[in-house]
Design a protein around this ligand. Structure first.
Ligand code: HEC
Ligand code: HEC
Ligand code: HEC
Ligand code: HEC
Ligand code: HEC
Length: 685
């Protein structure tokens, strides 16, 4: 293991860096009892070295010339997935693989599938319980590497093996090693270590490599016109005491329970710059409506209520301090555009109307209770000097690092002192990031072997990191896990009851039941998804929802493209095959009421409204062409319940793939659905 690590450093790093990294040793792994979780262990091998991480699916698409993982060089690679497939009964399945490269699938010790292009296995038996699966993949000599593992049984036709079918031991040493160095790598970027520690030689050129290295911090300016002085002092004194997941460190080592004088000086300085901006008094009558929006827009899935305090089972961001922090006009403006001064803010953009923003401001401001004791009177002149010397502007204004030792020097002494010291005495003048022992361990593992990985990244990993960091599963179910939002009915009920919605034709009818995230990479065209996640979508696919998808502009591109690649799909769809006029004509009839499936009772078609929308509202067919991939369309129509067990979308074909409409294509469902697809490709609004 040690030998392998040395080998890679030599192959990978410049000579000067090699010497520096030597000082930090990879910490030994702590003991961990075996623990089973969904998903698989995925080991990549390239250039004589390997790297293991978790995976949701047996699928990948790696564009030629890109590395399969940030920890290995680009070029030819091998990949091996390992997990148990858990079956709740003894049953017969078939497996298939779509491959660019070569694949071998071993189930319970027997090779069931081997080859290239499209390969199918004979029928194989899965035992009740755990079945050992190993999938070995080798990238092709030229071009993109691609793999998707599918399965089928008597009960269902071909589909990607879903994430919920797999379980793996998350305590396995190679997996923990790979996940730990990834955690350290992410901390290094998110906590902006290189903002204070000069590290140019270790970092990629601006805009390249690990995207999170580009994360900014809020721009200063008018802080005194936005925030109140006691809050400013308390935040600068100790951000984690206000927000558990703050990325900003505690810069001054004041006495516990007291506001450091320097924090008070900085607060006084900020307040001396901007005039207080008194807004109109807030209208208390808006509070109930704002509270209902807080529930119905899903704010509550990421935030505890402003009148709540104490620990939260869902680890949400508290808002109890907003009244003490904000001046009201600034709060309204922030809600309308949270990324205005901070592009990488984790607070998404809801495209709130003035009216909605006013209601939410009233609710938040008039319900929040937390207060901050007046800080010792600060000295604005001293504050101005501190701003220049305390490293604040390294993060907040992108000033070049000068205040701390160069990173290369910190590596020579080992990463145990300063910022990484476990207690205040050993920390000295370094800032306090409130690290847990596991985070310190991860940073050390990263320092020992991970620096080269900053210069490249794998889009599939970026997507997974951001989905976690931005809390997409606060609102969306994924991989069989319910969303946070769907578990908050008790908390939401009083807020919604205080401002009941009007009911009636054309009014929104539901807030929950959002699309799940599980299959996005297979379902949606990346180009459409980028726009939609960024919050630039031109329409609402589900106009019946009160909820709306908020915009996450900074990460949208990477998430959408990363998901497609994670699911084994290239970013540019294969050129569409030519449309057959007789199929297009058949498709139009098949959608309709006369001789067709009457899809149009639920689905609108352009300007034509659905005929029975209250049955089960469904997206307008006009969007199919730009939204969906054909693979998903086919699979969804054949077996909607396999994808979403709760959906009201009916299944029209029987187990043999036949429908009652025998006038078309001998009742063959796949042909009929293809006809509908072809018609929808020609449909213009
Ligand atoms: C706000 C600026 C700032 C940021 C951001 C920062 N550091 Fe530091 N770091 C310092 C200062 C100041 C010292 C102490 C220097 C001294 O004692 O003279 C220090 C000391 C250290 C030391 C001890 C160096 C030695 O040899 O004594 C290490 C290791 C270190 N930092 C690592 C990190 C890591 C890892 C990160 C990111 C998680 C980080 N730092 C982020 C300012 C910063
Ligand atoms: C996907 C999670 C998510 C959702 C949904 C969300 N927020 Fe946030 N919000 C955050 C995070 C994280 C922050 C912390 C700021 C940052 O990272 O820049 C934040 C910050 C805030 C702040 C500033 C807090 C402070 O300390 O000043 C307010 C106010 C706020 N959100 C209100 C709302 C409202 C109102 C909604 C619903 C319309 C909402 N949020 C929806 C994640 C979310
Ligand atoms: C290592 C980078 C870093 C350093 C150093 C740093 N900050 Fe921050 N600061 C942040 C980030 C990131 C945020 C956004 C909130 C969060 O996630 O913690 C923030 C938020 C703030 C805010 C709230 C701004 C807003 O618009 O909501 C203030 C005020 C602030 N910092 C002041 C300071 C001062 C004063 C110093 C120096 C004593 C300082 N910061 C040092 C990274 C840093
Ligand atoms: C505040 C709740 C909320 C959060 C947080 C959220 N979403 Fe959504 N999302 C929605 C709603 C509501 C819709 C349905 C919108 C519609 O169809 O009109 C949606 C729809 C989507 C869609 C379209 C799916 C489809 O089948 O049409 C994608 C893609 C998506 N979200 C991705 C994400 C990603 C990625 C994240 C995290 C970065 C995220 N969402 C976070 C509420 C949320
Ligand atoms: C009883 C109502 C109903 C009928 C009839 C119906 N659907 Fe659906 N359909 C739905 C629902 C509900 C959804 C999922 C809505 C969601 O994702 O929020 C859906 C989703 C879809 C989607 C995915 C659309 C997208 O943009 O995400 C397609 C494609 C689709 N249906 C095609 C059809 C076709 C073709 C027919 C007729 C053969 C049909 N549906 C009949 C209710 C229906």
């Amino acid at each position: 293991m040690k030998f392998a690590a040395c080998f890679v450093l030599i192959a990978f790093l410049s000579p000067s860096l090699r010497a520096q990294e030597g000082a930090v040793k990879t910490p030994a792994l702590t003991e961990a009892a075996p623990a089973l979780k969904p998903g698989l262990a995925l080991t990549f091998t390239a250039g004589g070295k390997s790297d293991t991480r978790t995976a949701r699916l047996v699928a990948l698409e790696v564009p030629a010339s890109q590395p399969a993982t940030p920890f290995l060089p680009a070029g030819p690679f091998a990949a091996k997935w390992e997990a148990d497939i858990v079956s709740d009964m003894r049953a017969e399945f078939r497996f298939a693989a779509e491959v660019q490269g070569a694949v071998k699938v071993v189930l319970n010790g027997a090779t069931i599938l081997e080859g290239s292009a499209r390969v199918e296995s004979p029928a194989v038996k899965l035992q009740k319980g755990a079945n050992k699966l190993a999938v070995e993949f080798t990238s092709p000599a030229k071009g993109d590497a691609l793999l998707r593992l599918l399965w089928a049984s008597k009960e269902f036709s071909w589909e990607p093996v879903p994430p919920t079918a797999f379980q793996h031991n998350v305590s396995a040493a190679d997996l923990r090693t790979g996940e730990r160095v990834r955690a350290g790598r992410l901390l290094f970027a998110e906590l902006r270590c290189a903002a204070c520690h000069e590290a140019a030689a270790l970092l990629p050129a601006r805009g390249e490599g690990l995207p999170e290295l580009a994360q900014d911090a809020p721009q200063f300016g008018e802080l005194g016109a936005k925030f109140n002085e006691p809050w400013l002092a308390a935040w600068i004194n100790d951000p984690h005491a206000i927000r558990p997941h703050a990325l900003m460190p505690k810069v001054f080592d004041g006495k516990p329970g007291q506001i450091d004088e320097r924090a008070a000086d900085l607060a006084a300085y900020f307040v001396s710059l901007g005039a207080r901006a008194e807004g109109q008094p807030l209208d208390g009558a808006l509070v109930p409506q704002g509270g209902a929006l807080f529930a119905d827009f899903g704010c509550i899935a990421c935030h505890t209520r402003p009148d709540a305090d104490g620990k939260d089972a869902h680890d949400r961001t508290p808002l109890a301090h907003v009244r003490a922090k904000w001046q009201t006009p600034a709060l309204t403006e922030y809600l309308k555009d949270p990324a205005k001064n901070f592009a990488w803010s984790r607070m998404p953009h809801f495209r709130l109307s003035d009216d909605e923003a006013a209601k939410l401001t009233a609710y938040l401001f008039l319900s929040a209770k937390r207060e901050f004791p007046a800080a010792p009177k600060g000295d604005a002149t001293r504050g101005a000097q501190l701003l220049a010397t305390s490293g604040c502007l390294n993060c907040h204004a992108g000033l070049p690092p000068t205040t701390a030792p160069a990173l290369a020097a910190t590596l020579k002494t080992g990463w145990t002192k300063g910022c990484l010291a476990p207690d205040a005495t050993a920390r000295g003048k370094a800032p306090d990031f409130a690290f847990t022992p596991a985070q310190r361990d991860a940073l050390a593992a990263f320092a020992a072997s991970g620096f080269a990985s900053l210069k490249q990244d794998a889009p599939a990993e970026f997507a997974e990191r951001q989905i976690a960091s931005l809390r997409c599963t606060a609102c969306h179910a994924r991989d069989g896990q319910a969303s946070v939002w769907s578990q908050l009915e008790n908390e939401m009920a009083p807020l919604q009851a205080a401002a009941p919605l009007e009911e009636g034709e054309g009014k929104p009818i539901a807030s929950t039941a959002l699309p799940q995230l599980t299959w996005l990479g297979e379902k949606l065209q990346p180009a459409w998804m980028v726009e939609f996640i960024a919050g630039h979508g031109k329409y609402k696919p589900r106009p019946w929802l009160i909820a709306r998808m908020p915009g996450f502009a900074a990460a949208a591109d990477g998430i959408a493209n990363g998901l497609a690649l994670e699911h084994g799909f290239p970013l540019t769809p294969a050129p569409a095959s030519a449309l057959a006029p007789e199929k297009v004509r058949a498709g139009e009839t098949l959608l309709g009421e006369n001789g067709g499936f009457n899809c149009l009772q639920c689905h609108a078609l352009g300007e034509r409204a659905a005929t029975a929308v209250f049955e089960a509202p469904a997206p307008n067919f006009a969007y199919v062409r730009e939204r969906l991939r054909k693979e998903y369309f086919d699979r969804w129509l054949l077996q909607p319940l396999r994808i979403d067990p709760e959906t009201k979308m009916p299944r029209f074909a029987d187990d043999d793939g036949k429908t009652p409409l025998t006038d078309f294509f001998d009742g063959k469902a796949s042909e009929q659905y293809d006809a509908i697809w072809q018609y929808l490709q020609t449909f213009k609004k």
